[in-house]
Design a binder for this molecule. Structure first.
Ligand code: HEM
Length: 89
């Protein structure tokens, strides 16, 4: 919430000070990138940004959450993905 924002749009209060900014999960461009899939989400959430060549400011959650909860969080992040109808607008 502090970084990616309550609505997942990358606009949390702490995120404002970061460069690069926390990912906007509501952006269709993000989801359209090659390699952005469920396995990638789990890997970047578990291992943190640096593990996937992204910002080291994105923390690693695996040590705190374990694989099962990381998978649940990855599923939650996907709920911010815009629907196909929204993309067409
Ligand atoms: C459980 C909480 C969190 C989840 C599920 C999560 C998930 C993600 C995901 C899926 C990405 C996308 C990686 C990509 O762009 O390819 C990302 C990026 C990022 N996150 Fe998080 N995040 C969380 C918490 C945080 C927190 C607390 C911070 C700030 C301290 C943060 C900072 C960032 C930043 C800066 C990026 C952009 C990395 C880049 O473009 O290089 N995240 N996060």
């Amino acid at each position: 919430m502090t970084c990616h924002g309550e609505s997942g749009a990358g606009d949390g209060p702490a995120g404002a000070a970061l460069n690069p900014k926390p990912r906007d999960f509501t952006s269709a461009e993000f989801w359209a990138q090659d390699g952005v899939n469920e396995d990638y989400l789990k890997a970047v959430i578990s291992g943190g940004g640096a593990s996937q060549g992204k910002s080291p400011l994105m923390p690693a959650w695996g040590p705190f959450l374990g694989d099962d909860k990381v998978a649940e969080v990855a599923a939650y992040v996907q709920t911010f993905k815009p629907s196909d109808e929204a993309k067409a607008e």
